[in-house]
Design a protein around this ligand. Structure first.
Ligand SMILES: [Zn+2]
Length: 198
């Protein structure tokens, strides 16, 4: 992707406050320069729409045939729904029922359909894999997998299929004693704790 396009996407994520740059204490106890606040993505629909427009352009450019956009509950529902609306396709979501991913009951036109999967952030690929298993059970062909942010650093493949992403960012996390941001004396923030400084 050209640098200008990456910069634009990075700017949109920053505008939505979903991607924070600074010095953060993660729940693992490690420190990081970047922090994703997923809930921010759906908090400001107008900011999300600009991001979705770029995702939709990417999906359209690949000219894949599919009938339905499928997203896992809950964070990605708004994302997949908005993408489906703009693509003129149907939408369905999956959710965990007794820890097993399944379609929310009541959706029609699923069996034998062709689907693309839309997820917010790819970290380990766990929930996308669960969605794929769920699609197999309903005889749904996976025509494509798309995420807004690929935190694995790009070139991710799931079950041999490439994962299309708008932004690929490998987030490095440091133990506090070797953290370069601690060494630089940058104030540490614990995200999610009402943005309190710690
Ligand atoms: Zn640090």
């Amino acid at each position: 992707m050209p640098l200008a396009a990456e910069e634009k996407i990075l700017g949109l994520f920053k505008d939505s406050d979903a991607l924070l740059q600074g010095h953060f204490k993660l729940t693992s106890g490690k420190h990081s320069e970047w922090y994703f606040e997923k809930i921010r993505l759906i908090e400001k629909p107008a900011a999300l729409e600009k991001i979705i427009d770029l995702l939709v352009a990417k999906i359209r450019a690949e000219k894949k045939e599919f009938d339905v956009v499928v997203s896992p509950a809950y964070g990605a529902i708004a994302i997949g729904f908005l993408a489906a609306l703009k693509l003129g396709k149907r939408f369905a979501f999956t959710q965990r029922v007794d820890e097993k991913m399944a379609f929310r009951s009541g959706f029609t036109g699923i069996d034998g359909a062709k689907a693309i999967i839309v997820e917010d952030i790819l970290t380990t690929g766990g929930s996308v894999n669960e969605v794929i298993e769920c699609l197999k059970l309903r005889n749904v062909e996976v025509a494509g997998i798309y995420v807004l942010v690929d935190r694995t650093g790009g070139d991710a493949r799931i079950e041999g299929k490439p994962v299309g992403s708008l932004l690929s960012l490998k987030v490095e996390a440091f133990e506090p004693d070797v953290c370069p941001f601690c060494k630089s004396g940058i104030e540490l923030t614990k995200p999610g704790a009402s943005d309190k400084k710690i």
